[in-house]
Every structure is written in C-alpha cells, then in structure tokens.
Design a binder for this molecule. Structure first.
Ligand SMILES: CC(C)(COP(=O)(O)OP(=O)(O)OC[C@H]1O[C@@H](n2cnc3c(N)ncnc32)[C@H](O)[C@@H]1OP(=O)(O)O)[C@@H](O)C(=O)NCCC(=O)NCCS
Length: 290
C-alpha cells in the first residue's frame, strides 16, 4: 500500500468521492443501490478540489494495487488545524489504514495549537481522534419539518442576503469566535450553498449559510443575533424540505431551544472533536469546513 498526496484532478476527486460514499453509506446503513443526489455529488467533487488547491500538503490518499482505499483532507486556517474529510473503504477498515492517514493529516497541523473536527458517530473515528489527543464533545442534532406558526415573531434585528463584499465581516466574526477566519472557504460556500444571510447592526454581527433544509454554518457576536439568524434560516427552508441543524454541543442550547420551539426533533449524534480550544459559541459548524 502507498500513501500519496491527492492531486487536483477529476480522477482523484472521483476516487475520494467513491471512498467517502462507500464508507459513510456503510456507517449509516444506506443501501448501496440508492442513487446519490446529483447536486450534492457536484458539491463534494468541487469541495475536494477546492481543498486540494488550498491545502495540497494536507490532502492524502491511501492506494492498494492502484485503487484508492482511504482518504484524509486536513486544512489550516490561521493557526487552526481542521479535518474536513476522513474515510476508509469498509473492506479496508480496521487494518491501520485510517491511522496512517490521520498521522499524515495530523503532521500537516504541526505548529497549530488548536484543532477542530466534526466527527461522525463512528466508534473507530472516535478512537482515532481521542488517541490523537483531541477532546470529544458529544453533539446533538435537530431535524424535522419547521412549525411555521413559531416564526411569526422573529425579532427586530435586520437580516439580509450576503455576498462576497461581506467576506471581511465574516472573517472578523470567525476570528473573534474561534480564533481563525474561514478565508478562501467562503468562496466555495457562497458558490455552492443556497444562500448567505447577514445580520450587522449596532446590536452586533453574524452570518449564516443555508443549503436546502440544512443550516450549514452560523456564527454571531451574541446569542440574540444567533437566534435571529437561525430563525431566519429555518423560515427560509423550502416547504416540504426537512430542516437539519447538526453538531450542537451543550454550548449551543440557544439553538436547541429555537429548534424545539419550531417543532424539530432533538437527538444525539457524533462529536465536535477539539484540541486547544473550547467549543466556539454562539456557533454552529458547517460539518466538513467547520
Ligand atoms: C474512521 C475510519 C476512517 C478509520 O479508518 P480505519 O482504517 O478503520 O482505522 P484504523 O484501522 O487505523 O483504526 C481504527 C481503530 O478503531 C478500532 N475500532 C474499529 N471498530 C471499532 C468499534 N466498533 N468499536 C471500537 N473500536 C473500534 C480499531 O480496533 C482501531 O483501533 P486500534 O488501532 O487502536 O486497534 C473508518 O472507520 C471509516 O471510514 N469510518 C466511516 C466513515 C467515518 O465515520 N469517518 C470519520 C468521519 S469524522
């Protein structure tokens, strides 16, 4: 087996997609015959290549007889190490491939005092992350149809759509909350998610991305602004779509309360794995791009 850097090519992006799809389908017990959502496939291929371009030394693939069997994509943003993707083919799991890949991805974080991973419920992943020194914060998720009767009073803080001219504001909010901006990741998120929402007033600032029913990332300088943004994002979930808010540690009870008020179902799933930092708040991570 060899472990090599991922290249910014369609072939490597497809190999990453194949490994990740098989690993997560197996984890979540999704039938192999079920087709992928085409839009999400395009998003993921674009994300893989975006990260290979931004962090070529953090992106690794393990190959056996020329076939990809495992992948890891780590990125660095202003001194924080972040793991965006980590997966091994089900047939190759439990044989140390994951450990090799995490060693390589972890080396890329050398010198970073802080680290963040949105971790799946996989016991193998939890074991690897804890053995690598990360602290596991169990997380909750909210899911379901939004009860729109709870949206009538959304408060008086103005929220408006955002664009690339707001990137400096988003970076400032993130530096205050998690000590590091998302930087170039905003270009990817703005291009691929349905919308960016901004609150910027004397009361404080914040932003949120929404993609279909998913609230992908929310950061604000106060809970009041965060609640306002989450209400607005959930109000804009298309009729008939299932709303989803994931990776909520207990620090995000403000979000749990909003979800419960709007009739969403709360359950526990996965971890926010951190090194050298507490969970940022009020903050909802995006999953892969944190
Ligand atoms: C997480 C993952 C990448 C690890 O890859 P891997 O090749 O299986 O990892 P390794 O074999 O190096 O290590 C797995 C460890 O977990 C242990 N393990 C495996 N299954 C386990 C289980 N059900 N319960 C407890 N421990 C388990 C193994 O014994 C091994 O520990 P050890 O090396 O100390 O003996 C892989 O399991 C995977 O793709 N999972 C599904 C996708 C996923 O959840 N990715 C993480 C996203 S955050």
């Amino acid at each position: 087996m060899i472990v090599r850097r991922l290249q910014d090519t369609p072939a490597d992006a497809l190999a990453v997609q194949r490994v990740a799809r098989a690993a997560f389908r197996d984890l979540f017990d999704v039938p192999a015959a079920e087709p992928d959502d085409e839009r999400r496939t395009v998003q993921r291929l674009a994300r893989t290549r975006h990260l290979v371009r931004s962090d070529p030394a953090g992106c690794w693939v393990a190959e056996q007889d020329g076939e990809a069997v495992g992948v890891a994509q780590a990125i660095r943003r202003e001194g924080v190490w972040l793991l965006a993707l980590y997966a091994v083919l089900p047939s190759a799991q439990g044989k140390g491939v994951g450990r090799l890949l995490l060693d390589r991805a972890g080396e890329y974080g050398r010198g970073c005092l802080r680290g963040m991973v949105c971790a799946s419920p996989s016991p193998a992943a939890a074991r690897r992350y804890r053995r690598a020194g990360l602290t596991l914060h169990p997380t909750m998720e909210l899911k379901g149809r939004v009860d729109r009767s709870g949206l009538l009073d959304r408060g008086d803080i103005p929220v408006h759509p955002g664009n690339a001219t707001h990137f400096h504001l988003l970076d400032s909010v993130d530096r205050r909350l998690r000590g590091a901006a998302h930087g170039v990741d905003h270009e990817y998120m703005l291009a691929h998610f349905d919308e960016l929402l901004i609150a910027d007033s004397l009361a404080g600032s914040g932003y949120c991305y929404r993609d279909g029913g998913a609230v992908k990332l929310l950061a604000a300088t106060s809970k009041r602004i965060a609640v306002r943004l989450l209400l607005e994002a959930l109000a804009r979930v298309p009729d008939g779509a299932e709303a989803r808010v994931e990776f909520l540690t207990t620090e995000q009870e403000w979000a749990v309360d909003v979800g419960l008020e709007l009739g969403l179902t709360l359950s526990n799933r996965g971890y926010l794995a951190l090194r050298g930092m507490r969970p940022p708040a009020p903050y909802i991570p995006s999953g892969a791009l944190l």
